[in-house]
Design a protein around this ligand. Structure first.
Ligand code: HDE
Length: 702
């Protein structure tokens, strides 16, 4: 179902392929009903099995062939369907692409998020780039915007992609470490290839640790080209901005979530859509007229550079909403095949050498991954636009072409299917001239100005996280020369950064900058300088044991729900807990099955017996302490404050009913029906800020 109840064209098209097994008889692949599937056909009860058992042979043979190669990069992902709709038609001045310019047009989409380095079964929460690949099923054919959650990439020329990927993937000798960049080969590569530094700064930043796929920006990365009805081109960069804002986990939390819930980001996306909290992004564009191609101090064709938003503003185009989970992970999320060369009229390429290589690679990789040239017929990949051509046969051909001809030109079929019909894609006319040469353009050679811009734009908290990330990653590198070479490169980004990193990894402190810091900033690069706040879909644990303040819990849970948050009562065991008013409170989750790191905030209600039981339970104390360590909003009321004190949560506690908020810790001595509304407001406010970054927690043992 679409979010407005209407089923979009793609959803309807998929009905053709959906299989519903309800109330059906078990059959073979040939449709023959099977009487018994638990035992093989054998010569006697204890005898050898018989070749003649076509059912079991077919069953096992199919099973033997269930696996296909995982994606060579971006193997682990999660996908969903949705819709895109432009706000108005202002972009029509620049492009003929209908789906971007006709506000009456709703275009179905499929979006696949992914991590890059890890295998298909690796954890979601690792330090990595996230893929952000959107397939628009437009009326003019499929358009794929295959982007990432960073606006820049690690290399400039696709020729380096296999080198880079081999470096970041696990070490060849033992396939260790899984889904992690903290090892020698990656940092060896970085130290020798300074073009990586800008994306490396992003990778060391909080951007690499998204709280949710729903709280992540997306970027097309390359400079693409919009083309208007007269064939005039305009350079364009694509941006996706999440309605919930851009928010990250902290590193300690990331590592623990990887164990507590390896599917953390997947589950979050799935649950949000199932519960009707449809994730939303705004598509925006930065436009650069062709005359201004050389107006920047970097090359627009260089994918390791971004256009600062302060220089070229991001103009809103439309909204994408994810509304439907797939029916089958393999059929849809695994078999979806993106390709940067899937463009529609009005959108074209530039000579970015990374993009050009991608335009080769994505088609090629699907041929091996999906087993042949007919993968575009797989339901998730099929356009809603009509497909007619003379391409024939091949493995897995599903279409029955009835035409008498399969060539063009022909007279027998009146030259159908016909090229050159209205609405046909025509390549942008560009004059190209040059000497055949294998050489990196001189205009690509400033590797340091933008990493410096990124560093300068961070708040102090973000900068601290970057330093800690470098220390962690390089601290895992065995070869000390590699550590030193990376620090040497960081001198060219910023001397202070290099010195702070060096101090943590046993490398002599550098004393001289590689080059002076230009001092420029771009506030839009910081996640914390102007964050979007709000409690919507935030998960809040309410710790409870027998004797809990029933009225207080009910009011808190109802208040959080009314604000769009997701409260869960976490008990020492599952079932119910007795409340102080003689009733019961339902437990949503038992403490042993969850962890503090799976929640955005925690509340400890009143109830003397409940508080005493929680204080005696090390897991409950750890739950609260860890939330405090990770900067999360914490609320305590009445006797619940005893638990916070026992957890040694350093905060200015309320002395009376008037709520006190101290760096995300919200307290009141009131309880039950006396809880003041200001307490609920202050807690919601603290949750909405995502984390209390000003809280100092270095001495917290968690
Ligand atoms: Fe990809 N990339 N890539 N990439 N990429 C793939 O295609 C490749 C690059 C991105 O959810 C592969 O179907 C080359 C930039 C995403 O299915 C492969 C180069 C960006 C996804 C491939 C790049 C991306 C892929 C692996 C350098 C951000 C996952 C399986 C020239 C703008 C799509 C597949 C999905 C997947 C090649 C660089 C994003 C091998 C050669 C830059 C989001 O074709």
């Amino acid at each position: 179902m679409g979010h407005d109840g209407a089923r979009d064209r793609k959803d309807q098209q998929l009905d053709r392929d959906r299989v519903v097994d309800d109330d059906q008889a078990l059959t073979t692949q040939q449709g023959v009903r099977v009487d018994h599937t638990d035992d093989s056909l054998a010569a006697g009860e204890r005898g050898p099995t018989l070749m003649e058992d076509f059912h079991v042979r077919e069953k096992i043979t199919h099973f033997d062939h269930e696996r296909i190669p995982e994606r060579v990069v971006h193997a682990r992902g999660a996908g969903a369907y949705g819709v895109f709709q432009p706000y108005d038609d202002w972009l029509a001045e620049y492009t003929t692409a209908r789906f971007l310019t006709d506000p009456a047009e709703t275009t179905p989409v499929f979006l696949r998020f992914s991590t890059v380095a890890g295998s298909r079964g690796s954890s979601d929460t690792v330090r990595d780039v996230r893929g952000f690949a959107v397939k628009f099923y437009t009326g003019e054919g499929n358009y794929d915007l295959v982007g990432n959650n960073f606006p820049v990439f690690f290399i400039q020329d696709g020729a380096k992609f296999p080198d880079f990927v081999h470096a970041v993937k696990p070490e060849p000798k033992n396939e260790i470490p899984q889904a992690a960049s903290a090892h020698d080969t990656l940092w060896d590569f970085v130290s020798l290839q300074p073009e990586t530094l800008h994306a490396i700064m992003w990778l060391m930043s909080d951007r690499a640790l998204p709280r949710s796929y729903r709280m992540m920006q997306g970027f097309g990365v390359h400079t693409f080209r919009l083309v208007d009805a007269n064939g005039r081109g305009t350079f364009v960069k694509f941006h996706w901005k999440p309605a919930l804002g851009t928010h990250s986990l902290v590193w300690d939390e990331v590592q623990k979530v990887a164990g507590a819930d390896p599917d953390f980001n997947r589950r979050d996306l799935w649950d949000a859509i199932e519960s009707g909290n449809f994730p939303e992004w705004e598509l925006g564009v930065q436009l650069v007229p062709e005359e201004d191609e050389f107006a920047f101090d970097f090359d627009l064709l260089d994918a390791t550079k971004l256009i600062p938003e302060e220089q070229v503003p991001v103009r809103p185009v439309g909204k994408m909403t994810l509304t439907r989970n797939p029916d089958n992970f393999f059929a849809e999320t695994e078999q979806v095949a993106f390709h940067t060369a899937n463009v529609v009229p009005g959108i074209d390429f530039t000579n970015d050498p990374l993009l050009q290589a991608r335009n080769f690679s994505y088609l090629d990789t699907q041929l091996i991954r999906l087993g042949g040239s007919n993968f575009s017929q797989i339901p998730v990949n099929r356009p809603v636009a009509e497909v007619h051509n003379d391409q024939r046969d091949g493995y897995g051909q599903h279409r029955i072409h009835t035409s008498a001809t399969s060539y063009n030109k022909n007279s027998i079929s009146a030259n159908a299917p016909m090229p050159g019909c209205p609405g046909a894609f025509t390549h942008y006319t560009e004059k190209v001239e040059g000497t055949k040469i294998r050489k990196r353009s001189e205009s690509f050679k400033d590797f340091y100005s933008q990493p410096t811009l990124f560093w300068n734009s961070m708040t102090e908290v973000e900068a601290e996280h970057i330093v800690a990330a470098f220390r962690f990653e390089l601290g895992k590198v065995n070869d000390r020369d590699i550590r030193a070479r990376v620090v040497d490169q960081l001198r060219y980004v910023d001397l202070d950064l290099a010195a702070r990193v060096a101090a943590g990894i046993g490398v002599p402190a550098p004393t001289e900058a590689g080059r002076p810091n230009h001092g420029r900033t771009s506030p839009a690069l910081s996640q914390l300088s102007d964050p979007v706040t709000g409690v919507a879909t935030r998960k809040v644990a309410v710790l409870a044991a027998d004797g809990v303040d029933g009225a207080g819990v009910t009011r808190l849970v109802e208040d959080l729900r009314a604000r769009g948050a997701i409260p869960e009562v976490v008990g020492l065991t599952d079932g119910t807990v007795r409340s102080d008013d003689g009733g019961t409170v339902d437990v949503d989750k038992a403490l042993p099955t969850v962890a503090s790191v799976l929640y955005d905030a925690v509340a400890v209600p009143c109830g003397a017996d409940s508080a005493a039981a929680l204080t005696r339970d090390g897991r409950a104390l750890h739950f609260v302490t860890e939330a405090f360590k990770h900067g999360k909003a914490i609320a305590g009321f009445g006797a619940g404050l005893d638990v916070l004190r026992a957890a040694r949560i350093g905060a200015g506690y309320a002395e009376g009913a008037d709520p006190v908020e101290d760096k995300g810790v919200v307290t009141t001595t009131a309880h039950g029906g006396d809880l003041p509304s200001g307490f609920f407001d202050a807690f919601a406010d603290a949750i909405g800020k995502h984390r209390a970054w000003a809280r100092k927690t270095d001495d917290v043992a968690a």
